[in-house]
Structure formats: C-alpha cells, structure tokens
Design a protein around this ligand. Structure first.
Ligand SMILES: Cc1cc2nc3c(=O)[nH]c(=O)nc-3n(C[C@H](O)[C@H](O)[C@H](O)COP(=O)(O)OP(=O)(O)OC[C@H]3O[C@@H](n4cnc5c(N)ncnc54)[C@H](O)[C@@H]3O)c2cc1C
Length: 332
C-alpha cells in the first residue's frame, strides 16, 4: 500500500514545532518514530496535508535524573534506549521490562516512549485497508456511525494496545504537554478518555514533551506480562504490569506495603485495577491473595471482539498473568 501525498515539516525546536501545529492544526499529524503512524497512513486511516517530524529536536530526547530524586524521559527517547538503560532497569524495572516487549528490536530502535503513550487504539474493523473498510462498512472510529463489535452501540470499543502505559500508570507517571499557551503537566492516568475513538486528551496543537517518574516509586519491584499472537513481534492482546514494595521485618522482606496493577489491550484505555492496592497492602502474599487480585483484574478487563483472540480467553489471561506477575514481583 502506497502512502498518500503529504508535506514534511522538520522543526529544530519545540517552539517551532508548536508554531507549525498551531498553524495547521486541522491538517497535520505528529511523527516520532513513525512505526504506527506510517502503516496507518498507508491504510488511509490518516491523510494529513502535513507531517510534523520531531526527530530533529534534541530537547525531546534523553533520560535525566532530577534533583528531587525522580527521573524525566524525553518523549522522543526510543524504546530501545529505555530497554537498555541501566538506571531505569535498576530503579524502575517494570518500565524496562514492558519496553523490551514492544514489537521487535528494529521497531524499538525507531519507536519512542511518546509514540507509545499516544498510540492510536486498535480494532479488527479499523486497522484495515480502505478497500476492506469500505467493503465491510465504515465504523464509528473512522468515517461511519456503526460499531461492528457492539452492534447497535454508540461507543467505540477499539482497544488501547500500548505496552509501556500500564507500567507507567503503576509508577505514578506524569506527562508534560506543550502548546501555544504554555506547558501543562498531568498524571498519565488523566490523559486517556476511556473512549476508543477520541482516546486521549491532547489538543491538535499540543505535543507530549516529557514523562516524569517520581522518586516515590523508584526501587519498587516490577513485572510485565503480555499475551500476543506472534512472540517475536506483536501488539499485546492482554497485558499486565505489577509494581510492589515490601516492608522489611528484620528477618528480610515482610508484608506488602504498597502495590499497583495496570492492564492494557483489554479496554479503550490502559487502566489501574481499582481496589488492588487496598487488597494487597499490609498483607503477606500467598496464592489465595494473588488469585483474588487476579479475579479483580479480570473484572476490570472488558475485552470485546477487537482482535483475533476471543474476549473470554483474553480476560482469562489477564487473571492468569496478574496472579503470576504478583507472585513473580514478590519473589524479585
Ligand atoms: C508490526 C508492529 C508491531 C507492533 N507491536 C507493538 C507492541 O507489541 N506493543 C506496542 O506498544 N506497540 C507496538 N507497535 C506500535 C509501535 O511500534 C509502538 O507503539 C511505538 O512505541 C510507537 O512509537 P512511534 O514513535 O513510532 O510513534 P509514531 O508512529 O510516530 O506515532 C504514534 C502516534 O503518536 C503520535 N505522537 C507520537 N509522538 C508524539 C508526541 N511527542 N506528541 C504528540 N503526539 C505524538 C503520532 O501522531 C501518532 O498518532 C507495533 C507496530 C508494528 C508496525
């Protein structure tokens, strides 16, 4: 499939980039690594007049420790850089583990953390060629008003399928966005709408510029598990991130003092499992407790027929992965 025609804009600073976005807001798309945007443009999901290539803006790259003990990651930092960062591996292991599962090494060399956070939602009826979509009937997410997944429904159920956001949610990450009226910083949790079509709260003249990880969640143990069709290169069809802090009881590690569970690919947004922290906090971990949290995660997952595997199987795998990931995080 060929690309539609477009003009490339290559700003050298964040201000210049925002100027372009503001001027062409209705007809421009941001390109970071391009690993999701370019295939989508080939499928005619987007046909912008302008593509804003961020790759010549050095301020958007890199991992820096902050004076407050946390860390900031530039939106254009590649997933490979994150995966290979010794600092992140030591202090925020759930993030390096999640980053290392994205797609394949070649795509991780190009794909960025900002692109992974902003990743478009996915559905069997959406990520298809124009001919295919036209043949089946356009859907709510693009050009139509019906939903093939939930017939009669008015909500889009396309699934958010990025691997790093559930890990970032567990770590209490915040993101910075820059636009014509300045810079704003919000909890990543507040970035997603929960709708498959308009899935993120980003104005068309705004850029995601940085991700912040707080000191508070540094050194939590962490585990990420994902289900995919091809182990070597595939989006998650169910993904679970777990972070945990154990109290010291004098004879080594004791009860869980804090924990969070994040899930992906089974809802239109990545989500923290409500109630999991309360269920785990202050307890000694055992199989029954891990099982109970797995049940809670499975109840939070609302997969529909948006992918090749059945919703029932994906929900069950959320339960299984949550239980396994909790036990693994506790033994790290
Ligand atoms: C075969 C294949 C397998 C894949 N497997 C996985 C997988 O297993 N897990 C996974 O998570 N992803 C997967 N992907 C998707 C993709 O490679 C990653 O999500 C990657 O992190 C996207 O980053 P990017 O920089 O390439 O984003 P791009 O493609 O450049 O952009 C993605 C979206 O984010 C927007 N965007 C990017 N950066 C910014 C910014 N700074 N500010 C505002 N908007 C921005 C773009 O406009 C676009 O809408 C796969 C892709 C392919 C082709």
């Amino acid at each position: 499939m060929s690309l539609p025609p477009f003009k490339v804009l290559r700003p050298r600073s964040i201000d210049e980039a925002i100027g372009h976005l503001d001027k062409h807001a209705a007809n421009i798309r941001v390109l970071a690594g391009g690993t999701d945007l370019i295939p989508s443009m080939r499928q005619r999901l987007f046909e912008p007049e302008y593509v804003l290539d961020l790759r010549r803006i050095p301020q958007l790259r890199g991992i820096k420790q902050r004076p407050d003990g946390g860390v900031e990651i530039g939106a254009l930092t590649t997933l490979r850089t994150i995966e290979r960062s010794e600092f992140l591996r030591r202090h925020y292991p759930v993030l390096t583990e999640a980053a290392a599962t994205v797609a394949s090494p070649v795509l991780r060399n190009m794909g960025t953390i900002g692109g992974n956070i902003c990743l478009d939602t996915r559905c069997l009826w959406y990520n298809q060629s124009l001919t295919w979509r036209k043949g089946c009937g356009f859907c709510i997410k693009k050009d139509g008003d019906l939903c093939h997944v939930a017939p009669g429904g008015t909500k889009c159920w396309a699934a958010f399928s990025g691997d790093t956001p559930p890990a970032l949610l567990c770590l209490k990450a915040e993101i910075e966005m820059a636009g014509p009226s300045g810079v704003r910083r919000i909890a990543l949790q507040d970035f997603y709408t929960g709708l498959g079509d308009s899935y993120r709260k980003l104005q068309s003249n705004e850029l995601v510029t940085r991700v912040f990880l707080p000191r508070e969640t540094a050194n939590y143990t962490g585990v990420y598990r994902k289900l995919r069709v091809r182990g070597s290169i595939d989006y998650p069809l169910a993904g679970v991130a777990v972070v945990m802090k154990r109290a010291s009881n004098g004879n080594g590690v004791g009860h869980i003092s804090d924990a969070r569970i994040g899930i992906t690919a089974v809802n239109p947004a990545p989500l923290l499992v409500k109630g999991a922290t309360e269920l785990l906090a202050g307890k000694e971990l055992n199989d029954a407790l891990a099982e109970a949290v797995g049940d809670l995660a499975a109840k939070t997952a609302k997969p529909l027929t948006t992918s090749a595997l059945t919703p029932e199987y994906r929900r069950e795998m959320i339960r299984v992965f949550t239980r396994r990931a909790i036990l693994a995080a506790a033994s790290n």
